[in-house]
Design a binder for this molecule. Structure first.
Ligand code: GLN
Length: 309
């Protein structure tokens, strides 16, 4: 796929100097230190060929992309019990919003907004701080890379300033959505968000979603084909918070973003794609990451509405 190599290189070349670059998240002080100049992209084709460019091997804070892996872990442990406490509808509200929780009986709209992710992580934490080890093991196994780790400074920075997340956790506890002590659930949540990965590692970890739940590297079934379809559906409808509709309109691929500026996108049957650029849109999604995915999807004809994909 010579074209893909050229397209990836060209996109990275354009994004290196593109303006405007968006605003780096500063509500987590440690993230505010990262330069908006970064841009990285990794595309792993179905045959395993890796096309990377820019800062593809620089680790960044995956933040809300971790919500996808935590959901996989919670589903594999508790099956559909997850859906007793979290919905599957786009929220139309900001990722850290509390406003729907009261009106909707403490049941978050979906697992990819903060409230929903905290409720999912609570199923993994089960009252201890150990759950982070299971999420990390899952990600390391998928990426085939044991060097992936939590950035302790980011986790600490988030815990020290995570008042909104604490409010969401406590509010859900009052409704009975959360079982464990809020403090230990939040501790696992802050640590999962602080996992640091490069675009290459993230794209490797996402490959099972592009191939019906099977990791093509190991041949191992990570999730059933049905679960892979459902995870992709959630990414398409809820993966970009209150800009999920806009992302589907612009790009047309299932994807999950994080305020560290990373996005994992899936071209079913074709590729697992990770992009990173720390400058964000007002809704908290990577500005250049989104632009790069739009260009790549257009150039390759990769979108879930293309009958020939
Ligand atoms: N750790 C971040 C938070 O809880 C994750 C948010 C995000 O990436 N959108 O605020």
């Amino acid at each position: 796929m010579a074209d893909l190599a050229r397209i990836v290189a060209e996109i990275a070349g354009r994004m290196a100097h593109a303006k405007p670059r968006g605003t780096v998240a500063d509500y987590i002080p440690e993230l505010a230190k990262v330069s908006a100049d970064h841009f990285g992209i990794a595309v792993i084709a179905a045959d395993g060929t890796e096309h990377v460019a820019g800062d593809a091997d620089t680790a960044f804070s995956i933040q809300s992309v971790s919500k996808l892996f935590a959901l996989v872990e919670a589903l594999s442990r508790g099956g559909d019990r997850v859906w007793d406490r979290v919905g599957r509808e786009p929220s139309g509200s900001a990722f850290n919003s509390i406003v729907q929780l009261e009106a909707e009986g403490g049941r978050p709209r979906n697992p990819f907004i903060n409230a929903g992710a905290i409720a999912v992580t609570d199923l993994i934490a089960q009252g201890t701080r150990e759950g982070i080890g299971d999420i990390l093991r899952l990600i390391r196994g998928l990426a085939g890379d044991d060097s992936i780790a939590v950035d302790g400074a980011v986790a600490y920075s988030e815990a020290a300033t995570g008042f909104r997340n604490a409010a969401l956790g406590n509010y859900m506890k009052a409704f009975g959505t959360i079982d464990g002590p809020v403090a230990s659930t939040l501790d696992v949540y802050f640590h999962q968000c602080a996992i640091a990965m490069s675009c290459r590692q993230l794209a490797r970890a996402g490959r099972f979603l592009a191939h019906g739940g099977v990791d093509p590297r190991s041949g191992r079934s990570v999730v059933s084909p049905e679960r892979a379809r459902r995870l992709n559906a959630l990414m398409l409808t809820c993966g970009h918070y209150d800009a999920s509709g806009e992302f589907a309109f612009q790009v047309g691929l299932p994807a999950k973003s994080g305020v560290g500026g990373g996005i994992l996108a899936i071209a079913p049957g074709r590729a697992s794609i990770a992009v990173w650029s720390p400058g964000l849109s007002p809704q908290g999604n990577s500005l250049l990451g989104t632009a790069a995915l739009e260009e790549l999807a257009q150039a390759m004809g990769w979108n879930v509405f293309n009958p020939d994909i």
